[in-house]
Design a protein around this ligand. Structure first.
Ligand SMILES: Cc1cc2nc3c(=O)[nH]c(=O)nc-3n(C[C@H](O)[C@H](O)[C@H](O)COP(=O)(O)OP(=O)(O)OC[C@H]3O[C@@H](n4cnc5c(N)ncnc54)[C@H](O)[C@@H]3O)c2cc1C
Length: 407
């Protein structure tokens, strides 16, 4: 059995090793000068490879049963055992899994060395242009034509194109008869319309962020809520909690629905306590100017922004904040509102949502349309939360596809 792996990224390298371990004769085609370029960027170069919490709620896509089926057939434990066999020592840092040496290059090295030791053929700088299915798969590249019994498409998405994932895999899949759910950015920043963002850009704070949109009846509905570190940017909001919510905002905006972010800037103080808390501060610092009211509690520009948005002059005395103005301040702290108008593009997104339609794939990742064709990784309509879920998906699907394709 000879198997072609289209794309030498994380899922492709794992699929290749799994297939070769099962006795197949494997060839990887990669159009970049080296395999695994994107892997080197992951986790800021430290590679957050998996997570202790494997609740399926961290994975999103068009067919959640199929995602679950893949993760059940090839669970995290199996992928960790796979890496261990390659010599990679992985540690758990508060639930986030990293290579012990905290270097993505170490993960890449273990994969590269296994590929070499298993005599897997690797063609780099070899762009797959066309794939034809006759008796076998005929792969036309810039460096000639090749024939294979089986094919695993692992070309990634369109996120971060300079790593090689340029979206060309979708065209290859489409030409083989597959439907592509529109690829859109995920794990990205959100752009907000309000003019005050430049004044608070750069501030990081723990916050609870909720996103709202409207349903088909025009009624307001919550899209999702996340707690974590929030970062204000010149144009809006970013940070892990925003990244995790971004796919929901992107989908709603694509459907031309309005999206609103509601930010709780003091999530550890309840709505019932906040009034008393703010009122006590007013008494405590009554002689200070309003511009000093939030000193020690919130970053200065954020405190000023809250006062300004409440229409409270910064030169006034704190004691002059009226009982009528207090609830506005509380609301601004607990429900700091911003209209989301757009989102970071594929260049700033870590992953893509959308991709090869999961309804056209069997639980073992083989195409229902083209027998012998398998898929793995981000090319599929699956996107995970921040925290190692996307590499976990790439590893589970790569391992499963490699094993199944070599049967
Ligand atoms: C900055 C950044 C940080 C990230 N950090 C994390 C993290 O810490 N944890 C985590 O879980 N996820 C992280 N991710 C996401 C994760 O890297 C991806 O989900 C994962 O790499 C997807 O693997 P893949 O094999 O499907 O695709 P890729 O790794 O993108 O590989 C696809 C490969 O196919 C090749 N290719 C494409 N088309 C062709 C063609 N026509 N011919 C030949 N070759 C082709 C590409 O060059 C590429 O090498 C991060 C992503 C980015 C951008």
């Amino acid at each position: 059995m000879n198997i072609a792996i289209a794309g030498g990224g994380f899922s492709g390298m794992i699929a290749a090793i799994a297939a070769a371990n099962a006795g197949a004769d494997v060839t990887i085609f990669e159009h970049m000068p080296r395999i695994g370029k994107k892997l080197l960027l992951t986790g800021n170069g430290r590679c957050n490879i998996s997570n202790a919490d494997m609740d399926p709620k961290h994975f999103h896509g068009g067919n959640t049963d199929r995602i679950k089926a893949v993760l059940e057939q090839c669970p995290r434990e199996e992928t960790l055992a796979f890496f261990e066999k390659l010599g990679l020592y992985i540690t758990d840092k508060n639930g986030y899994m990293y290579p012990f040496c905290e270097q993505a290059s170490a993960v890449l090295d273990t994969l590269r060395f296994a590929i070499r030791d298993l005599n897997i053929e690797v063609y780099t700088e070899t762009d797959i242009k066309i794939i034809d299915k006759r008796e076998r798969f005929i792969i036309s590249t810039g460096n000639g034509c090749f024939e294979f019994d089986r094919l695993i498409l692992c070309c990634g998405s369109g996120a971060n194109r300079n790593t090689g994932s340029d979206g060309s895999g979708y065209t290859l899949a489409r030409n083989l008869g597959h439907n592509i759910i529109k690829p859109l950015p995920a794990l990205t920043n959100l752009v907000c319309s309000d003019e005050f963002f430049p004044s608070i850009a750069g501030i990081r704070t723990m916050a609870a962020v909720s996103l709202y949109s409207v349903d088909d009846n025009g009624d307001s509905k919550i899209l999702g809520k996340e707690y974590g570190q929030l970062q204000f940017t010149k144009t809006g909001i970013s940070g892990i909690c925003v990244f995790n919510l971004s796919y929901l905002a992107v989908t709603a905006l694509e459907q031309k629905r309005p999206v609103k972010a509601m930010i709780d800037l003091l999530p550890d103080i309840s709505w019932s306590q906040i009034g008393e808390f703010i009122s006590n501060r007013r008494d405590l610092f009554s002689s200070r100017p309003v511009e000093e009211f939030f000193a020690g509690l919130l970053a200065k520009p954020l405190g000023l922004c809250i006062c300004k948005r409440c229409g409270i002059d910064l030169k006034r005395k704190t004691s002059s904040i009226s009982d009528d103005e207090l609830p506005n301040l509380c609301k601004m702290i607990k429900e700091f509102e911003a209209e989301v108008t757009s989102y970071g593009n594929f260049e700033s997104a870590q992953v893509s949502q959308g991709g090869v339609d999961l309804d056209e794939i069997r639980d073992n990742l083989e195409s229902r349309i083209e027998p012998g064709l398998f898929f793995a990784g981000e090319i599929l309509d699956v996107n995970g939360d921040c925290g190692g879920y996307n590499l976990q998906w790439a590893a589970s699907s790569g391992l499963l596809a490699g094993r199944e394709a070599s049967r």
